[in-house]
Design a protein around this ligand. Sequence first.
Ligand SMILES: Cc1ncc(COP(=O)(O)O)c(C=O)c1O
Length: 405
Amino acid sequence: MSLEEARALDRSDPLRAFRDRFVLPEGVVYLDGNSLGALPKATAARQREVVEEEWGNALIRSWTGAGWIDAPQRVGAGIAKLLGAKPNEVLVADSTSVNLYKLLVAASRLSDRKVLLTEAGNFHTDLHIASGAAELVGLRLDIAPRSEIERRIGADTNLLLLTHVHYKTGERFDMAAVTARAREAGALTVWDLSHSAGAVPLRLSEDGAELAVGCGYKYLNGGPGAPAFLYVAEHLQERLDSPLRGWMGHSAPFDFTDDYRPAPGISRFLAGTPPILSLMALESGVRSFEGAAMDALWLKSAALFDFFARLMDERCPELVCVSPREAERRGSHISFRHPNAFEICQVLIEDGLIGDFRTPDILRFGLTPLYLRFEDLWRAAEACAAVLRSARWREPRFAVRGKVT
Ligand SMILES: Cc1ncc(COP(=O)(O)O)c(C=O)c1O
C-alpha cells in the first residue's frame, strides 16, 4: 500500500472536513486521542469568552444568565446522543472514579446480595474503587478472568462491573448480552465507557444498560482532567441515593435546609459546585461531533483499523497485534505487544508519532475518526518500521521512565 493509496482514501472520506475543527500541530501524527483528545479549535475561543465575558464581566450573574447552573445536565444531554441514551439519563460530574464510587454504593443498596463481580486486569481505578466501595457496604469483591465472568454471575451477585472496551487490548464486551445475562440472574451491571464514548456506536437504552460511567477527556475531547459523566437508566433514578450527599444534588440547594432531600432524577448525583471552565471545554469537545453520525464515525474507525493493521502486519511483524480483528469485538484503538514497547514508544514520540505505552509490554495507538487521515496512519507505520530497523530504541535514554507513561 502506497502513500498515494492512503491519500486516495482520504479524498473519498466523507468525514474528512471534521479534521479542520481541531488544532493538530505540524509534523505530529497524533495517535493518542484515546488518552487525551485533541484540542477543538472552538474550545480556545469559547474558553476566552467564558473567562472574559461570562466570568470577567457578568461575574456571578452567569450562574443563571449564562446557564452555568444547568451545564451538568445540558452537557450530559449532549453526551447522551453519543451513548444512545435519553437526554435526562446522563449527567456530567466529578471524575470517572468518583462517579463509579457513587453508582456502586448506591446500586449495591438495592439488594442484600453479597458479591461485586469484576474483571481481572480491568482498569486499575475501577478495581481500586470497587474494593473501597465493597468494603464500605459489606460486599465481597470477586475478580475473575474475562473468560469466566459470565459463568461466575450467580444467585449471590449483587453487581457486575465491567469496562466495555478494554483499555489495553481494545476487546469489547457485548453489552446487550452481558447485561441481559446479569439481569436474568438478578444482578445489575455497571459499565465503564471510558474507551467507548465517542469511539464506538452505543445504544444504552436499546441494550438495556442500567448504569454507566465514563471519561470526558478521551474521545470526547474535553481537555485534560475534563469532568466525567454518569448514566442512570430512567427507571432506576428515583430508587438510587448518592452516597455523596452534596448540596448540588439536593432538591433545593438554595433553601439551605439542614435536612437532605435528593433532587429528582439524575441530578441527585451531583455533589459539589461544578467546574464551569472544564465543563464548558467539555461542551465544546462534545459539539465537535455535531454533524457526524456515530455509525459513520465507526465505519471510518473500522476502515482506519483495517488499513493500519494490514500495514503493520507487512512492515512491522515484530509488533504483535493483540486487538481483535473483528470490528464488533473491539473499540477504536489498536495495540501491539513487544518486550521493548516502552523504549519504542519513546523514540516514536521523539520522532513526532504520539501513541502510548501500557505496562508491561503494550504499544497502543488511538484511531480517532474525527481527525485522523489514512495518510497519518501510513506515516505512522513508516515511522514504526524505521524505528525497528534502526534499533535506536536501544539507546539508554529511551529507557528512562517519567511519572506519566
Ligand atoms: C477504563 C478507564 N476508567 C477510568 C479511567 C480514569 O478515570 P478518572 O476519570 O477517574 O481519572 C480511565 C483512564 O484512562 C480508564 O481508561
